[in-house]
Design a protein around this ligand. Structure first.
Ligand code: F6P
Ligand code: MN
Length: 326
């Protein structure tokens, strides 16, 4: 290994944040999230897979691990002294932490995304969205940072504070050290990751998929949002979509907990994220648990999806109109 290579692998997360002039409180917050993930991965690797006996807001059965991951993260953020408000995909309301918003952050998180994949031993993840101050119901473009942690064969953490996208790997000492800096996406890719039932696709989305397939684009879908996005990001190409469906005009994925943070990261890598008509980061959330269709990945692939939807779907058939603020 070259000398430069050796130095690169010794940069840990805290040092990387400091070297990118991230302020003390935000550095502390991101490092606390990284700390929490060490307990979450431990629970995933060693925990019981029993059902918690509760169902979440969507009537889905919660595995005990969802509840555990939620508690681990909430406790860590609660004690961090830099959080004003937080909300979790597993909870039905915002959890106030400190009435003093000055210098503090508000955090939305999906503690264990794809948790139904744990029992079949597929990759899952934690997704975190961070805003300055107290307000959590903001457009994604207002985020100051986004982070995800992927619990796969290896545990990796990807973050952005608006200065590029960087990947870290958990080493034997459970420290996150730098793997890749400034990850970027090609303008167009040759893999696609399509969510939702194909026979429920709307005309624009169906024609778009056929166009991709005619181009020889390969299907790569794991069923976990974090590993599927990670694949696009680290392969540097491709598109993930979970579109509006004939019986689900808002698709499946949640704007605040899943889409905004991933859109922030993908845009930072030079890609795009759209609901089929507008950038995800421009959507003004009105409710905590709001969902949105999503097309996210290489810029040209996202633009092509928008073009098919614009051309083949009228307003009523397309994603429900939502206010996009400038
Ligand atoms: O949180 C929702 C989720 O589990 C994502 O991780 C994933 O992208 C999606 O649902 C998969 O949905 P489906 O099971 O409909 O393919
Ligand atoms: Mn989820």
């Amino acid at each position: 290994m070259s000398q430069a290579g050796k130095t690169k692998f010794q940069i840990d997360l805290r040092r990387h944040l400091r070297e990118h002039y991230v302020n003390e409180n935000l550095t502390h917050l991101i490092c606390e999230i990284a700390e929490a993930s060490k307990y979450i991965i431990h629970s995933i690797s060693t925990g019981e897979l029993g059902v918690a006996g509760t169902s979440n807001l969507y009537g889905e059965q919660q595995l005990a691990l969802d509840v555990l991951a939620d508690r681990i993260l909430r406790k860590r953020l609660d004690h961090s002294r830099v959080v004003a408000n937080m909300m979790s995909e597993e909870m039905d309301e915002i959890i106030p932490v400190s009435p003093d918003c000055d210098g503090k952050y508000s955090v939305a998180f999906d503690p264990l995304d794809g948790s139904s994949l744990v029992d079949v031993n597929l990759a899952v993840g934690t997704i975190v969205s961070i805003f300055e101050g107290c307000d959590l119901l903001q457009r994604g473009r207002k985020q100051v940072a986004a982070v995800y942690i992927l619990y796969g064969p290896r545990t990796t953490l990807v973050y952005s504070v608006g200065k590029g996208v960087h990947e870290f790997g958990m080493n034997m000492l459970r420290e996150y050290t730098l793997l890749q800096e400034n990850i970027t996406l090609e303008p167009q890719g040759n893999l696609y990751s399509p969510g939702g039932q194909r026979n429920l696709y709307t005309p624009g989305v169906e024609a778009y998929v056929q166009k991709l397939e005619d181009r020889g684009v390969k299907l790569r879908y794991s069923g976990g949002f974090v590993p599927d996005i990670n694949q696009v990001l680290l392969k540097g190409q491709g598109i993930f979509f979970y579109p509006h469906l004939q019986n689900q005009p808002q698709g499946k994925l949640r704007l605040l907990f899943e889409l905004s943070p991933m859109a922030f990261l993908i845009e930072q890598a030079g890609g795009a994220a759209s609901d089929g008509r507008r950038p995800i980061l421009d959507l003004q959330p009105e409710q905590i648990h709001e969902r949105s269709p999503v097309f996210i990945g290489c810029k040209k692939d996202v633009a092509l999806a928008e073009e098919f939807i614009r051309t083949l779907e009228n307003q009523e058939e397309g994603p429900t109109e939502k206010k996009a603020k400038n």
